[in-house]
Design a binder for this molecule. Sequence first.
Ligand code: GDG
Length: 725
Amino acid sequence: MSRTIIISNRLPIKIEPQEDGFTYQTSAGGLATGLGSIYKEGDNLWIGWPGISVETEEDYQKIETDLSKENLVPVFLTEEEIQDFYEGFSNATLWPIFHYFARYAVFEETFWESYKSVNQKFCDIIIKHLRPDDTVWVHDYQLLLLPGMLREHFKDISIGFFQHIPFPSYEVFRSIPWRRELLMGMLGSDLIGFHTYDDMRHFLSSVNRLAGIGYEHGQISVENRQVTVDAFPMGIDYEKYAKTATLADTLAREARYRKSMGDEKIILSIDRLDYSKGIPQRLRALELFFEQYPEYLQKVSLFMIVVPSRDNVERYRLLKVEIDELVGRINGKFGRVNWSPIHYFYRSFPLEALSAFYRMAEVALVTPLRDGMNLVCKEYIASKIDQKGVLILSEMAGSAKELSEALLINPFDIKQIVSALKEALEMPIEEQKKHMEIMQMSLKRYNIHHWVSLFLDRLAASKAQQKDSVTRKLDSTVTQEITESYQKANKRLIFLDYDGTLAPFTKDPGQAKPTPELLKLLTKLSEDKKNHLVVISGRGRDSLGVWLKDMPLDLICEHGIWRKEQGKEWHKADNISDEWKQTILPVLDLYVNRTPGSFVEEKNYSLVWHYRKVETGLGELRTRELSSHLKYLTNNMQLQVLEGNMVVEIKPAAVNKGVASKIWLEKFPSDFVIALGDDRTDEDTFKALPDDAFTVKVGFEGTDARFFVPSTIEVYQLLHHLSEK
Ligand code: GDG
């Protein structure tokens, strides 16, 4: 039976030491509820830090045994690891960088070393429990290296990773000294999930620019493994919040609180103590609100809950002091004997109390400067049984992407928060209900259970897709298979692409001349009379035709427009015209003007726009624009627009490498066929060849070839090997 193993920094449990052992209380957090139905089932597991330091071996054993009954496996951390891995690298390096507080980030080698070793510690413990057909789901920024470490031990295991906090723009992420290692660690996964499309976009761009790995439609090819990246906005346990809001205990609490507050309208805010939550900004906005609209004094107050968090860290202590001072100042300035503008609680409350606050509040004020998702605003909406209430929500929270019916604000724009407060307090009930209804419908549907199954289904689907489309690495076994078939054959047809296959890429295509080593290798292969070599390229005959002029092989240039058998004249494909070039050239020139570093190559019957010297990202962007521009323009022109390796090529639709290779197949029947190529134009060759032909892709991107090799080096090795046989 395949099992699901959940991994997160923290186990969903709180352990308290007692005189005669320990007490265990399961966490009621959103993630714990959502995953509860999974890890408690059958042999499934949840592995993580139990949140307690123990001193004796006996206690270790005891906790381990107790937890195993709940399907939980502890990873114990030492005090030093908590300091360096958790408070250090996780919360003083990654947290600020990922929330765009780059100036708060600490880059400390000892923190990094500890981060690596704790990720390794997790890996070692997981390995002891893991079976090859298990599915592993790793959570969050404390364990970015773990997927890569697990992949080293289990090549085929299914690994999902979800990041709960934002992924920053490449411009910010790049400042981390260990950025590449972090990305490669994440790329050990099969599926990587973020809350929003923007996070996903930032991640893809960092992978592209820092690890030099390209992507297409959210798919990254890492050493012949497809990694899928997608957005999965996390929901809440809607039913739980809706139900708690109707419990007798909740209603009794609400009645008690209401009585002591009188008729005042309540603005509610609930956050963990964190600089990303925008608490001081919110307080300043409230101060300005009372200054501008004194008529609201004694009629409205802010109910502010701040849950203690990381307060032994200096940065958080300073924030606490700032909040205390602001609350003191505002209460001192506007307060009356019988009224306070702010009711401030620096502690946590039970769920029923929270639910009563949600019910009571006319307005929820959620103003993070940056937040991966933010669940508090969703819980507020789910608790509004009567649908009365207004949500003011920062556009910097992931949830703002879903909750467009809220009053969205920029948390740095204090004046805008003030206007939103006024608008919220004056919004007619009917309008409040209308917005609330829409948001409730959406949250009910996209709840936590939906999120969990969406992620796990997608992981299973990505894995299945990977298995379907396996292109095998050309290893010693495959080489052996090819060699045997080669030796048995009497007539061999060998198709070789040029750029990226026989010759590595150069910045200037004119520089990619064959080296003496290559000429020698091709000559040696051709000397075997059983071999028939064909170089099949998109290049013009003015370069390739000249460079390989006297070689004992056939040439197919410009994708088949020009063809030449050894010792014979050039032959042009029938009915090919070049008149269309006059229409297309000015368009390409326009893109050259707009894109520094790009240039146009003009061949007899095709045109190529090259962007290999263009800034990463810009080239890809222009490619997309140019391709769609050209596809529209060439609609009735019998032309084909091809996106190749750092090029966009336009050529007559009637010719391609597939059509050309078929001509050779018919003309030269063979009992051994091999084709090697690196870009999308070679896919036509691969598809045109019979099933038993050996098709080899150079590179990792998705391909129809049966085998792949990482680079031209392995192409040379294979050809050398065959030339010796
Ligand atoms: C990270 C990301 C992302 C708060 N006070 C009390 C209490 N809470 C509960 C809330 C809510 C949770 O804590 C806070 O969740 P958030 O989503 O707002 O924030 P983070 O803890 O920073 O979570 C965040 C999340 O992961 C999920 O992916 O949304 O962006 O930063 O559920 O209700 N619960 C109780 N008493 C309190 O006093 N019982």
